[in-house]
Structure formats: structure tokens, C-alpha cells
Design a protein around this ligand. Structure first.
Ligand SMILES: [Zn+2]
Length: 261
């Protein structure tokens, strides 16, 4: 009993001691204020450094379920088809400095794992971010969706050199040269379902955003069959970006990649 009382007294003393300790001074800024390094794909802001650019980006280096990945070992199984119910959306296109992105009006949905996700935007990377057994495709499109709970589902579509793609041409013809300036094109609507291949069997795994803050818990469906775009269309995109905008692949770690049969 006495021991217990001493223990309580000691605890109280400790609380008092620490409670009275003068609050630590907030960390002062270094005398020489360094300019903030923005994330990107080259130089100091390159993918290898994303995790240390900002506290909010820590997962980019510490996360164990990151994207993209090299799709190599898969488990073939019966997966639901991707139920895309996309509607025409007035063309709103922007070069945000990291990718070319089409912003979508509410009302387009995809059903994955019996959950309904709304299409927010789709954007493009060159070369592809995911690789299949180590091989890159020329480009990759990401259709980014969110459900009512705020969970993200991204559908990835590979793009390879071949016939010209009419919808891509409409997008590229309206590419804004100026970064961060959204081009709202009156009179032109696009429908993202025209950018899906007929066969939408896919690879499925849980990963992350492929750009900072690299948030995890993203439901990924990477469609196995690529769509075609012409060499000129690939070049036009690459020329506009001026650099490869793909994050290198990250380790699969303890994840399983499922594959539609
Ligand atoms: Zn992306």
C-alpha cells in the first residue's frame, strides 16, 4: 500500500515537474530562408526527394503501399467488370505543370467492388507509370474517382503507339500552352468511355496516389488492354510537358495483385 502511495506521489511530482517546465520555444526559422522546393519530376523536386520536401509528403518515402508498381506476379481470379457509366462533359482542360488534366462535371460514375465512385478528372503520363513485367507503355491515362466516403479509385489505361485516337486529338487540339490556366472550350464535350478499350479486364491492387502527398488506400484497376494513339499524338504530349512525368515504380511489398481472368 505504502509503495503504491509513493508511486502515485512520484507520478504527481513528475506531472508537476514537467507541467512547470517552460514551454519549448518554437523552432526558429533559419536566418537564411530557403525557397520552397516544389515537387516535380526533375532536379531537387524529383520523385526520389518527394518524401523529404514537406512533412505532408512523408508517405512518399515511408509508405509501404505505394504506386505505381511493376505488375509481374499476379493472381488470376474472377473480378467484376468495370462498370463505367460516363456521360458527356464539357471540355475543361488544364496543363497543371505535372500533367495534362481534363476536369469532369459531376454525374459520371464507375462501379468497382460493388461501390459507386464519381469521376472527378482524368490525366495523362508519358511514359506509363505502371510497367508490366518491366516493360513501359508509351503513355498511361488515369481516371480518378471518389466515392461518398472519400475513398479514391483510379482506373489506369495504357496507351501505345498505333492508330490516331480521335478523342485524344480533340484534347490535344485544345491544350492550353500556359501552365495552370484551365481552358474551358465551349461547344465541345468529351466522354471518357470513348477512351476505354473494349476489353476492360484489369489488374487490381491497393496502392497510392502517384503524386504527392502519395496518400494510400487507393483502389487501383489497371486495364490490361492498351488503347492506341499515334506517334504524333505521343510526341505532341511529350513536347508540351517537356519532361517525363512518370513516377518510377515502387516495391510491391506484402501486396497481392489480382488479375481478371
Ligand atoms: Zn496519374
Amino acid at each position: 500500500m505504502r509503495a503504491r502511495i509513493s508511486c502515485i506521489v512520484l507520478s504527481l511530482l513528475l506531472v508537476v515537474a514537467f507541467g512547470c517546465k517552460p514551454a519549448e520555444k518554437p523552432a526558429e526559422k533559419p536566418a537564411e530562408v530557403k525557397h520552397e522546393i516544389h515537387w516535380g519530376y526533375q532536379g531537387e523536386g524529383a520523385p526520389a526527394n518527394w518524401g523529404s520536401l514537406k512533412q505532408e509528403f512523408a508517405l512518399c518515402s515511408s509508405g509501404m503501399s505505394q504506386s505505381p508498381i511493376d505488375i509481374a506476379k499476379t493472381y488470376k481470379t474472377k473480378l467484376d467488370t468495370i462498370g463505367a457509366a460516363y456521360k458527356d462533359t464539357p471540355l475543361r482542360i488544364v496543363n497543371n505543370g505535372h500533367a495534362v488534366q481534363v476536369n469532369c462535371e459531376p454525374g459520371s460514375f464507375v462501379t468497382i467492388d460493388e461501390q459507386k465512385y464519381q469521376l472527378l478528372q482524368f490525366h495523362f503520363h508519358a511514359p506509363s507509370e505502371h510497367t508490366v513485367k518491366g516493360a513501359f507503355y508509351d503513355m498511361e491515362m488515369h481516371l480518378v474517382h471518389k466515392n461518398d466516403k472519400g475513398d479514391l479509385a483510379v482506373v489506369g489505361v495504357f496507351m501505345k503507339k498505333g492508330a490516331a485516337n480521335k478523342i485524344i486529338q480533340v484534347l490535344w487540339d485544345n491544350l492550353p500552352q500556359e501552365v495552370d490556366k484551365e481552358n474551358v472550350v465551349s461547344g465541345i464535350s468529351v466522354n471518357a468511355s470513348g477512351l476505354l478499350p473494349k476489353d476492360t479486364r484489369y489488374y487490381h491492387y491497393y496502392g497510392s496516389l502517384t503524386t504527392p502527398p502519395c496518400s494510400e488506400g487507393v483502389n487501383w484497376s489497371v486495364v490490361k488492354t492498351p488503347i492506341e494513339v499515334s506517334e504524333a499524338q505521343i510526341e505532341q504530349f511529350r513536347k508540351l510537358m517537356g519532361f517525363d512525368n512518370n513516377r518510377p515504380v515502387l516495391p510491391v511489398n506484402k501486396r497481392f495483385v489480382l488479375e481478371s481472368q
